[in-house]
Design a protein around this ligand. Structure first.
Ligand code: ZN
Length: 203
């Protein structure tokens, strides 16, 4: 059986769902609902063996574009929520690191930097020195790669490491189980480039 796909901006709160197996009838929220990252689903709460419990409906969460398209029919709470997302995005775009030339000069031939988090800020540190600060992003491998590229553009092969601190891991990795290994690979490549440059300058 294929679950019904509901429209978040439709009548799903009042629409009656019916189980084709046991005949149970009720709304989405009367059923056994489970919340995921991008959707909520509803299984029949009637008498079924665990594996046979029918999936009655799936409710995908709207994208930011869909929220904006439906701005007029949003509740004040939903509008505030969208406003927060938009403000967060706007603030990030205003404060984010764009150019390598925004970074400070640092001395030394082996720069080990930390990817740290303080409140809602990502902080790039070199020892006790704050190198950069901007609003932190969630599941931010893409941002790690961007900042790493800007750090490399600024410091060249003197950059030896960009180590996530425990405080930064939750936002950096989120629910992405592949991210820690991806960061390890990027750090490994960075160290190789640092070693290669050291070998070259010795020879
Ligand atoms: Zn049922």
């Amino acid at each position: 059986m294929t679950a019904l796909i509901l429209d978040y901006f439709g009548d799903w709160r009042t629409r009656l769902l019916t189980c084709p197996v046991c005949g149970w009838t009720g709304t989405f929220e009367d059923g056994l609902t489970e919340i995921y990252d991008s959707l909520q689903d509803c299984q029949c709460p009637g008498e079924h063996r665990f594996a046979d419990r029918p999936m009655l409906a799936v409710l995908p969460y709207p994208t930011l574009d869909q929220w904006q398209a439906h701005a007029a029919q949003l509740s004040p709470g939903e509008r505030a929520y969208i406003g927060q997302i938009e403000n967060g995005r706007e603030r990030f775009n205003r404060l984010k690191l764009r150019l390598a030339s925004q970074l400070p000069d640092l001395p030394g031939s082996a720069l080990d930097l930390a990817w740290d988090q303080e409140g809602d800020d990502l902080v790039i540190r070199w020892g006790t020195c704050e190198v950069w600060r901007e609003p932190v992003r969630y599941e931010a491998l893409w941002r790690y790669e961007q900042i790493l590229a800007l750090l490399q553009a600024k410091y060249g092969p003197r950059l030896r490491d960009l180590v996530p601190t425990p405080a930064a891991e939750y936002h950096l990795y989120g629910d992405k189980t592949a991210y820690p290994a991806a960061i390890q690979r990027l750090r490994g490549r960075l160290r190789q480039a640092w070693q290669a440059a050291g070998t070259a300058s010795l020879g």
